[in-house]
Write a protein that binds this ligand. Structure first.
Ligand code: FE
Ligand code: FE
Ligand code: ZN
Length: 295
């Protein structure tokens, strides 16, 4: 089982991220290179990066399973303000460079929001942008995330993702990141997850799935809301999430939790314990509070 969570990059970059992941008992993790809402970024520090790599080797974290997430404000789908679109392209190029410096293989990207464009135009804008970002020397794989369909988001159906992926020139550099909350909110019944995988395999191909975000959802199927819940505390439920996490066809794919903090405390240590035990934790809040208050 390759499992981890979203962690911070704030303290010593990758070194701080790795330390945080280890403190939760994880064997992988996901980070943003800065705040997800903005594009202010510090230079990558070589020294702490080397230390992070050593720490990971010593703690059974394979760097090939570690995931970066591009900031939300990158929007490749909206070309209405040409300058903003071009900035998104150049910023994503810089993110890929940072990933390379860090030794990271995967970056998750939201396919974008159409805003005033039609869906078709928006998809074409994203394709054009991605083909400008990805070239033959690109060493990082961009994983398009399945979206909830909030607002004018694109990439909420298999066919939308397929349309983008089919038009990417360098096929080896494009993949998909499933998000269980987003799938639920987009209208996929996780109870019938096998049907989804079958269709995905037929249309895009299972090898394209390189990461899965494991989140419960606060809202019902098809709500297009995108609000994450703790594992077993949402409408998807513990057993359905386990079906995804332990799915044979996704065995070697990194699973990343992006569940909400409980008060100011991270829940990941206890959520991952309950996943590994395959036992729903009905005392998650108490466990998290007791642990971090006494730390
Ligand atoms: Fe995301
Ligand atoms: Fe996600
Ligand atoms: Zn989400």
């Amino acid at each position: 089982m390759i499992i981890g969570s979203h962690v911070s990059f704030k303290n010593d970059g990758l070194l701080g991220s790795a330390k945080e992941a280890i403190s939760y008992g994880e064997n992988t993790f996901m980070f943003y290179t800065g705040a997800p809402q903005n594009t202010i970024r510090k230079n990558i520090d070589k020294n702490t990066t080397t230390k992070a790599h050593e720490l990971m080797v010593n703690n059974n974290i394979d760097i090939n399973n570690v995931i970066c997430h591009a900031p939300y404000i990158i929007n490749l789908a909206n070309k209405a303000k040409l300058e903003a679109w071009q900035f998104s392209i150049s910023f994503l190029k810089q993110e890929l460079k940072r990933c390379e410096e860090l030794g990271i293989k995967y970056i998750v990207l939201h396919p974008g929001s159409a805003v005033s464009h039609s869906k078709k135009e928006a998809i074409n804008n994203t394709i054009e942008a991605l083909n400008e970002v990805i070239n033959q020397n690109t060493n990082v794989m961009i994983l398009l995330e399945t979206m909830a369909g909030k607002g004018t988001e694109i990439g909420q159906t298999i066919s939308e993702l397929k349309e983008i992926i089919d038009h990417i020139i360098y096929q080896k550099k494009i993949g998909v990141c499933l998000d269980t909350c987003h799938l639920n909110d987009s209208g996929v019944d996780i109870n019938e997850f096998d049907n989804y995988l079958t269709e995905f395999d037929k249309e895009i191909g299972l090898p394209k799935i390189c990461c899965v975000h494991i989140n419960d959802s606060l809202n019902p199927i098809g709500s297009h809301k995108d609000r994450h819940a703790n594992i077993g505390y949402g409408t998807i439920g513990f057993d359905n999430l386990l079906k995804v996490i332990y799915h044979d066809k996704l065995k070697d794919v990194p699973k990343i939790l992006e569940t909400p903090y409980i008060e100011e405390y991270p829940p990941y240590k206890f959520e991952i314990e309950s996943i590994l035990k395959k036992e729903f934790n009905s005392r998650l809040k108490e466990d998290v509070q007791n642990y971090y208050k006494n730390l």
